[in-house]
Write a protein that binds this ligand. Structure first.
Ligand SMILES: [Fe+2]
Length: 195
C-alpha cells in the first residue's frame, strides 16, 4: 500500500523564527520524498530480480537508493512532529541528558556542534544496548546512522530547512530550533524507549 503524505499545516503561523514560506517550501520537499518512496517500492515489485548486478542493475540500484526516500520521508515526519514549542524536558529526559552529557545545556551544546558540521540531520537517540542518550549525525538521509539507536528528537540541518530565513547561518537556525521543540512529543518518545 502506498505511503500517504501527511499534512503538517498546523505548524503554519505557530513557530518562533521559522517562517511560513520556509515551512511551505519544506513541506513540498517532504512530499517529494514520499512520492519517490512510493515510486521505488512500486518499481521494486515489478523489476526482474534476475537483472541484479553489483556494478549496475535496475533492481540493485532501486534497492541501493530505497533507504534515501524512506528515511527522507520518516525523518521529515519526525522533525515536523517535534516542532511547536510545548512544555519542557521531562525529568526522565533531563536525567538521561545529565547522565550522558553532564547537563541539559551540555546536551544542547553537543546537538549544536553536531549540527554545525552536517548538511543532513542531527538525531538525539536512546541507544538500546546501553540506554544512553546519544546525538547522531546523518549525512544525506541514510549515511552514518548506527544500529541500536531509537530517535527521540530530530533536527533537519539541510540548507533547505533554513535558507529562506537564515541564508547560510546554520547556527542561528539551530538556536531557533531549540525554541520550537515540542517537548510533549519528545518526552513521550523517550518514555516509549524506556519500556
Ligand atoms: Fe528537510
Amino acid at each position: 500500500m502506498a505511503k500517504e503524505i501527511r499534512s503538517f499545516k498546523h505548524l503554519l503561523g505557530k513557530l518562533d523564527g521559522i517562517s511560513d514560506p520556509q515551512l511551505e517550501a519544506h513541506f513540498g520537499l517532504y512530499e517529494g520524498y514520499v512520492k519517490k518512496l512510493n515510486e521505488i517500492e512500486e518499481k521494486l515489485e515489478k523489476t526482474d530480480k534476475g537483472l541484479t548486478n553489483y556494478s549496475f542493475g535496475e533492481f540493485s540500484e532501486l534497492k541501493r537508493r530505497h533507504c534515501v526516500p524512506y528515511n527522507g520521508t520518516y525523518l521529515h515526519e519526525m522533525y515536523f512532529e517535534n516542532l511547536i514549542s510545548t512544555e519542557s524536558p521531562s525529568p526522565q529526559f533531563e536525567n538521561l541528558a545529565k547522565a550522558a552529557f553532564g547537563s541539559v545545556d551540555n546536551w544542547k551544546a553537543d546537538v549544536k556542534a553536531t549540527g554545525l558540521a552536517v548538511p543532513g540531520w542531527v538525531v538525539t537517540c536512546v541507544e538500546t544496548t546501553t540506554g544512553k542518550l546519544k546525538n547522531v549525525q546523518i549525512m544525506e538521509h541514510h549515511i552514518g546512522f548506527p544500529l541500536n539507536h531509537v530517535p527521540v528528537l530530530v533536527m533537519d540541518t539541510w540548507e533547505h530547512a533554513f535558507f529562506l530565513d537564515f541564508k547560510a547561518n546554520r547556527g542561528a537556525y539551530i538556536d531557533v530550533f531549540f525554541k520550537n521543540i515540542n517537548w510533549s512529543v519528545v518526552n513521550a518518545r523517550v518514555t516509549q524507549c524506556a519500556k
